[in-house]
Design a binder for this molecule. Structure first.
Ligand SMILES: Nc1ncnc2c1ncn2[C@@H]1O[C@H](COP(=O)(O)OP(=O)(O)OP(=O)(O)O)[C@@H](O)[C@H]1O
Ligand SMILES: [Mg+2]
Length: 434
């Protein structure tokens, strides 16, 4: 018979060999970088002006960022920083190139579904990339210990304390102290203070807000990463709740994000795990908008249906069971969303079964289904170790038509996403002005 000690000793053997295995199978020199963008791409896909008009503006004013000219001297290539500089400095027909940014804090979007493999991470990655190319500053939060988004953003060395787990421990310490301080006499407080919590939890209490945020190869996309060890948060959080019964465990990430300066980011995009647990509840609770990807198969329909039911029930339980506790912690219940959108992914336009499933989704969910599905594209499927988005792939490595087709589907989905976000954002701005 074998028990937990066998699992632990297997873990120890594996850890002892980890460095060697890694050296043999993983090239640490493989660092993800962001490619530059050509005048053709900038004028066609970002600024929406003729390439010659942009070339003329650049030629007329040598003080503008000039990019780097390709060796054959034909095409100019610009970094995203240079493109954003041009966005600030240029106007076409009096129009600014900066994207619309209503006032207030960043909009938070959770890309979430129970079902594994429906394309949540691909959607989160592409929306983040498309938004950054549109001039927005984006923070991504990886709530999934599979850490696919973290790896696709090029981060490989992540400690569990730098993940959502760390944010939850920090929140527990701060909440424990806040609750203790709310009693005139600390002896009357039936809950522990932070220094009565386990040592490893306490050690996170003083981590600074910004220390959870890491840079990526995109100058305007930051990331709160995840890692395999962060899976343990699901087990540990049940213990933390038993230790501190007044802890509003579902509001940790929401409270954490509230601490960021309003104008640090425009969009905060969450990639959620294929499960309902402490991490996904925190994501659902912190989000302003739910984006629910679903594939075009029956089992995906089935599991999206369960997801909606279970998330709805979990949010109802929280709303009904935690009212006074949440109000005391500054959280508003019931949790409301500015919008909930269902997005069909991995869609093949020529496949009649996919079309039938799209019709079924539209019949059932009506206007909540996004008009523009994400199509199945080989460019994404075969994009290598770091899972490059279509935006990161250089169009010269395939035919321009293939690349344009691949990104077309993501561009249309992004345009629709943007209008959803702006609608919600403007409504919030109006509300706060009232
Ligand atoms: N539009 C697409 N075209 C081609 N391949 C895709 C597309 N979307 C996703 N894939 C592929 O499908 C697989 C699963 O995608 P992804 O990792 O985004 O799913 P997920 O829902 O995040 O999965 P998990 O639940 O495990 O987190 C990946 O190999 C990805 O490359
Ligand atoms: Mg994923």
């Amino acid at each position: 018979m074998r028990d937990f000690s066998d699992l632990q000793s297997m873990n120890e053997r594996s850890l002892a060999q980890q460095a060697m295995v890694r050296k043999a199978t993983f090239d640490p020199g493989e660092i993800k970088g962001l490619r530059p963008f050509s005048i053709w791409e900038i004028s066609t896909f970002m600024f929406g002006v003729p390439a010659d008009t942009l070339r003329k503006k650049l030629a007329d004013d040598p003080s503008l960022p000039q990019g780097v000219v390709e060796e054959d001297g034909r095409q100019r290539w610009f970094s995203l920083d240079e493109i954003n500089e041009l966005r600030r400095l240029l106007r076409f027909r009096g129009k600014s190139l900066l994207p619309k940014r209503p006032k207030g804090r960043a909009m938070r979007i959770a890309v979430s579904n129970f079902k594994g493999g429906v394309g949540k991470t691909v959607v989160a990655q592409h929306l983040a990339n498309a938004a950054a190319l549109d001039g927005y500053r984006v923070l991504c939060v990886d709530f999934d210990p599979q850490a696919t988004l973290t790896h696709s953003m090029g981060l490989v060395e992540v400690k569990e304390w730098n993940t959502v787990w760390g944010i939850m421990c920090r929140d527990l310490c701060r909440e424990a102290d806040r609750i203790m301080a709310s009693y005139d006499d600390p002896d009357d407080c039936p809950y522990p203070s932070a220094d009565e919590l386990p040592q490893d939890v306490q050690s996170i209490g003083s981590v600074r807000v910004q220390d959870f945020i890491q840079e990526t190869c995109w100058p305007t996309i930051d990331l709160i990463p995840s890692c395999a060890n962060a899976a343990f948060v699901e087990f540990a959080s049940a213990q933390y709740r038993a230790l501190h019964k007044a802890w509003s465990f579902f509001g940790c990430v929401s409270r954490y994000l509230d601490e960021l300066p309003d104008d640090q980011y425009d969009l905060i995009i969450f990639d959620c795990p294929p499960a309902i647990g402490y991490q996904s509840l925190n994501a659902a609770f912190a989000a302003d908008i739910l984006y629910i990807p679903s594939g075009p198969g029956y089992w995906e329909y089935d599991s999206t249906t369960s997801y909606l039911g279970q998330l709805g029930d979990a949010m109802q339980d929280i709303s009904e069971g935690f009212g006074p506790l949440a109000a005391d912690a500054g959280l508003t219940l019931p949790k409301t969303y500015a919008d909930i959108r269902v997005l069909m992914t991995r869609f093949e336009t020529q496949n009649p079964l996919h079309q039938a499933m799209m019709d079924a989704f539209r019949n059932v969910f009506g206007a909540d289904v996004c008009q523009n599905p994400i199509e199945m594209t080989r460019a994404v499927e075969q994009s290598g170790r770091f899972q490059m988005s279509v935006y990161e792939q250089d169009y010269r490595q395939m035919t321009r038509e293939t690349w344009k087709r691949a990104r077309g589907s993501f561009d249309r989905a992004y345009d629709e996403f943007k209008s959803t976000i702006l609608r919600a954002w403007e409504a919030r701005e109006e509300e706060t002005q009232r």
